[in-house]
Design a protein around this ligand. Structure first.
Ligand SMILES: Cc1ncc(COP(=O)(O)O)c(C=O)c1O
Length: 370
């Protein structure tokens, strides 16, 4: 027997599969020998990064012989001003992904439970499995709307975290302010609410909230934000959390000292103040969503109305074939099997030309396949 097979990984890892991201553009180009590839699979910003962030990165390049600021002081100050919280209520991490892992490491004991309205972002489950905790999935209601009563009924003595992803990935549906308030008031005091607002900037509903007001009111909630979506900085990996000082202090105990590199910190500090880029990205997304809705309706496809920068589309029993056919034409979308949604694909909002190309390709693929 080769020596490496005698080395046993931790038992809890039996539940974990390595994360499967959306296929990168270069891989599809290489595999299919295509020049033009459209990626609408990972909910990235089709407008590109904030130009101010790019400038900031260029200016900082010569300083990368130094370690980054372990405390992300400048960025925390900016976030504090923008959110009207204190820097001590902020933690900056290597993407929101890292923060989910850190929260899991900080709060989950063996056999604790997390509640995840499902289907949702897979990293919540990953964090729980890593710690030997259990995942209690609570299905969304009709049209993937949040079911507050069902979430509350799933709570036990062992429940440590309730995840609320709003707008939710992959459904695009959201939790109204009224329902968030109700949940926070009804949950027992040993439960931490992790409110994942990765897509908050795209939400246009009047009754949407990203939950920061509840941090201010002292509820046991941590709000997650990322620079990967609206700010267009997915490639440099940076996100942050907002919570009470006590919650943040505990999470800091498990954070690596230099988890966020210098270029990411300066880019994020510039991007958070680039209102022009944020507003342009919001407007483009709202229009792009409408373009997709109209196109899907013309194709006779049903979709879930989205408060985010992606749309979940019901394609039917041939969804996997449609996904593969689109891929062969150089269009990368996300197939829904990751979430147990075998008849669906999730499509990120691209720029107008990308949306148009996608819709035309879908029309011909649907004709050939279905
Ligand atoms: C709901 C949700 N939360 C968090 C993340 C992770 O963001 P980051 O790129 O900051 O790790 C994603 C990324 O797709 C997401 O969809």
């Amino acid at each position: 027997m080769p020596i490496h097979e005698t080395i046993q990984a931790r038992k809890v890892l039996e539940h974990i599969q390595p994360y499967l991201p959306g296929k990168p553009i270069w891989e599809v180009q290489e595999e299919l020998g295509l020049d033009q590839v459209i990626k609408v699979a990972s909910n990235e910003n089709p407008l590109g990064p904030s130009p101010k962030a790019l400038e900031a990165i260029l200016v900082s390049l010569t300083g990368i012989n130094r370690y980054p600021d372990a405390n992300a002081t400048d960025l925390k100050r900016q976030i504090a001003v923008r959110s009207n919280l204190s820097p001590e209520q902020i933690i900056v991490t290597n993407g929101a992904d890292e923060l989910i892992t850190l929260i899991s490491e900080t709060f989950l004991n063996l056999n604790d439970e997390i509640i995840v309205p499902s289907p949702s972002f897979s990293e919540y489950d990953f964090g729980a499995y890593l710690m030997g905790a259990k995942v209690v999935g609570v299905p969304f209601g009709e049209d993937y709307q949040y079911n507050v009563e069902a979430i509350l009924s799933a709570v036990t003595q062992r429940t440590k975290i309730v995840y609320l992803c709003s707008p939710n990935n992959p459904t695009g549906t959201y939790l109204s302010k009224k329902h968030l308030h109700k949940l926070l008031d009804s949950l027992p005091k040993h439960v931490l609410v992790v409110f994942d607002g990765a897509y908050s900037h795209y939400a246009t509903a009047d009754d949407y909230t990203v939950g920061i007001e509840y941090v201010k009111l002292g509820y046991p909630i941590i709000v997650l934000q990322t620079f990967s979506k609206i700010y267009g900085l997915a490639g440099v990996r940076i996100g942050f959390g907002l919570a009470s000082e006590a919650i943040v202090q505990n999470i800091l105990k498990v954070k690596e000292p230099f988890n966020v590199n210098t270029l990411a910190q300066v880019a994020a500090t510039a991007a958070i103040n680039d209102d022009k880029h944020v507003e342009a990205s919001q407007e483009a997304n709202t229009l792009g969503r409408l373009q997709l809705y109209e196109g899907f309706s013309k194709l006779g496809l049903s979709y879930t109305e989205s408060m985010s920068n992606f749309v979940l589309v019901r394609v039917g029993p041939k969804a996997k074939d449609v996904y593969e056919e689109l891929l062969s034409k150089g269009i990368i979308v996300r197939y829904g099997d990751t979430w147990g949604l075998e008849e669906y694909i999730r499509i990120s909002v691209g720029n107008p030309k990308e949306n148009d190309t996608l819709l035309k390709a879908m029309a011909s693929v649907l004709q050939e396949t279905c």
